[in-house]
Write a protein that binds this ligand. Structure first.
Ligand SMILES: NC(=O)c1ccc[n+]([C@@H]2O[C@H](COP(=O)([O-])OP(=O)(O)OC[C@H]3O[C@@H](n4cnc5c(N)ncnc54)[C@H](OP(=O)(O)O)[C@@H]3O)[C@@H](O)[C@H]2O)c1
Length: 259
């Protein structure tokens, strides 16, 4: 079996790649940072005795996914499990964040995830083995003022994954959404979330999050929310009116106006 992991150059994707390799899968490691991917590939080959292929891809580029699929075809690599993990966020007011960063976020978090799934799925259906593990976020369960595009992108990931799961039931394929809460990775610094108390005080390790996601995917769980605090947060949000949850998030993620 071969598993392709996007965003494998750091954080949760790095740890997920190690989980799948430890389970005996060959892995295809995808991201922009080729050197980091090569380092992980060496570690995986030495530790787990499976094959590890590195493919540099930039999903913010319009042809990023298609070029990745062409490379898979030319190298005759058949993907059994697709882990759509690549993603990033940005804290700040919608009207003030750079428009290109917002567009790139939608390209990576939404468009690439969808296109890659669509392009790899027919071959998976033909074998009836493997499946799809999408990495969403607990951000999917309510609106996120001052991070509106990121929260909306993760609501898409959850809705898409649930819909796909029903469409693929009975095919033999697993379809799981991993919904992490705050996790110690490059995401905190990159998004600006790391400086918020709500984030840093509750962060789990990437290894624990990936282990929960891997276990859940193997069992074909529909949704995996690692950590009891995160599960409590999602459950509570379900009981509150939407106006209350978005006001609460606005307070927790308050940012000052750019000057
Ligand atoms: N950390 C958290 O608190 C948290 C919470 C909930 C959900 N998540 C989700 O977990 C997933 C993994 O994030 P992480 O926390 O592990 O953060 P991370 O350490 O920053 O990893 C993000 C990964 O996405 C890749 N990526 C970013 N832009 C890309 C692009 N244009 N093309 C291809 N790959 C790209 C990065 O690789 P390169 O930079 O090398 O391209 C990196 O491997 C994301 O979907 C994130 O939204 C994270």
């Amino acid at each position: 079996m071969t598993t392709l992991i996007t965003g494998a150059s750091s954080g949760i994707g790095w740890e997920l790649a190690k989980q799948f390799a430890a389970g005996g899968d060959d892995v295809v490691l995808v991201a922009r940072s080729e050197e980091k991917l090569q380092k992980l590939a060496v570690e995986i080959r030495e530790t787990h005795r499976v094959s590890a292929t590195v493919i540099r891809s930039d999903f913010a580029e319009t042809d990023g996914v298609d070029r990745l699929c062409e490379r898979l075809r030319s190298d005759e690599i058949q993907i059994d499990t697709l882990v759509n993990n690549a993603g990033f966020g940005a804290l700040g007011r919608f009207a003030e964040l750079p428009v290109d960063r917002q567009t790139d976020m939608l390209m990576v978090n939404v468009v690439a995830l969808t296109r890659l799934t669509r392009l790899l799925l027919p071959a998976m259906l033909a074998t009836g083995k493997g499946g799809i593990l999408n990495v969403g976020s607990i951000a999917a369960y309510q609106a996120g003022p001052n991070m509106s595009v990121y929260y909306a992108s993760k609501a898409y990931v959850l809705s898409f994954t649930e819909g796909l799961r029903e469409e693929l039931s009975g095919t033999g394929l697993h379809v799981t959404c991993l919904e992490p809460g705050p996790t110690e990775t490059g995401f905190g610094d990159d998004s600006g979330m790391g400086k918020l108390d709500m984030f840093s005080s509750a962060a789990m390790s990437a290894a624990d999050v990936a282990a929960a996601g891997y276990r859940g995917y193997r069992k074909n769980d529909d949704i995996v929310i690692p950590g009891w605090k995160n599960r409590l947060m999602v459950t509570s949000a379900g009981f509150l009116p939407r106006i209350a949850t978005r006001k609460l998030v606005a307070k927790m993620q308050s940012v000052s106006h750019a000057s």
